[in-house]
Design a protein around this ligand. Structure first.
Ligand code: HEM
Length: 125
């Protein structure tokens, strides 16, 4: 198995853990289970770093076509929004409702567009 295949498999497993634990956190509600929340955020952190490095390394090799780079940048904005809103929701008992909903919606789009971004770029690395 090549390094890039191992990375992609790791990202798929991470996505299952992140989205599975996220939906579980939402359905169980507050107070959030500490272990579940820790698994959720640390796996999200690792996945963001690995997918960011994968996409960045490939983009350094040469410019992506415009449409593909738009997808990558929109994915990056959604990942930042997901991470920041997740941090606010978990840190504050009184998080604004729009931040909670941002964290319930943005991650799904972030996940899909990040997968597409890795698909566009992983083959170039
Ligand atoms: C890119 C990073 C992240 C992704 C993709 C992600 C994904 C998700 C998803 C899919 C859900 C379930 C939403 C639903 O039911 O539709 C969720 C819920 C949740 N996430 Fe994240 N998450 C991320 C980062 C974080 C971080 C960094 C934290 C905490 C520091 C966090 C804390 C939470 C909490 C507390 C919930 C439950 C919110 C609720 O009550 O509905 N997440 N996350």
């Amino acid at each position: 198995m090549s390094a890039i295949q191992a990375r992609v498999i790791g990202l798929i497993v991470s996505a299952v853990v992140i989205f599975g634990s996220g939906v579980w956190l939402t359905s169980a509600g507050r107070p959030y289970a500490v272990v579940l929340q820790t698994v959720h955020k640390l796996t999200a952190l690792a996945a963001v770093i690995v997918s960011g490095v994968t996409v960045y390394q490939a983009m350094r090799i040469g410019a992506l076509p415009t449409a593909e780079s738009i997808v990558v940048w929109v994915a990056a904005v959604l990942v930042i929004a997901s991470f920041a809103s997740g941090g606010v929701v978990s840190a504050s008992d009184a998080a604004p409702v729009w931040v909670l909903w941002l964290h319930r919606v943005a991650p799904w789009f972030a996940g899909v567009l990040t997968a597409v971004s890795v698909y566009f770029t992983a083959g170039r690395a």
